[in-house]
Design a protein around this ligand. Structure first.
Ligand code: CU
Length: 164
């Protein structure tokens, strides 16, 4: 009984401590490991990681994904709010300034998976993301329509504290 209680306490502690440590020790680099929420059960094996690095007035954002269908293209964007159980909790696309095209004022991370179902989406934007203006990266079912910004259903969402 003593052993099983200890085991339960350690197990609970690990679950709580991991995200807390990740936030506390990586203050200078936005960093998300996820997904935070899965909106389509067919994608429950997907894992994600997001890096956002600001330097010299610009920002590099990288999305790494595993566990997706092989050789398929997906849309992915930075959204304004953190993920929630409701797929719409992450809000709309994060936008910056008044550039003429959506591609220039939003942050798109579309990617195509390899034969192993892994994909990487990267982009460089020539500005800094202000704290509190962007909260997640959402992966969608289809590549982004460059005219409308639409990319189909929201599959998985990763909360990322951009701009800190
Ligand atoms: Cu999106």
């Amino acid at each position: 009984m003593k052993t099983s209680m200890l085991g339960a306490l350690v197990g609970a502690g690990v679950l709580v401590a991991v995200p807390a440590i990740a936030v506390a020790e990586r203050v200078l680099v936005d960093h998300g490991r996820g997904p935070t929420a899965v909106h389509d059960a067919a994608y429950s094996d997907v894992t994600t990681q997001v890096h956002s690095r600001a330097a010299s007035g610009g920002t590099d954002v990288r999305l790494m994904v595993r566990g997706l269908p092989a050789n398929r293209s997906f849309g992915a964007h930075v959204h304004v709010a953190p993920c929630g159980t409701d797929a719409l909790a992450s809000g709309g696309h994060y936008q910056h300034g008044a550039a003429v095209t959506l591609a220039e004022r939003e942050v798109w991370l579309d990617f195509t998976t390899n034969a192993d179902g892994e994909g990487v989406g990267t982009t460089h934007i020539p500005w800094l993301i202000a704290a509190g203006t962007a909260g997640s990266v959402v992966i969608h079912a289809n590549p982004t329509n460059t005219t409308t910004g639409a990319a189909g259903a929201r599959l998985v969402c990763t909360t990322v504290p951009f701009g800190q």
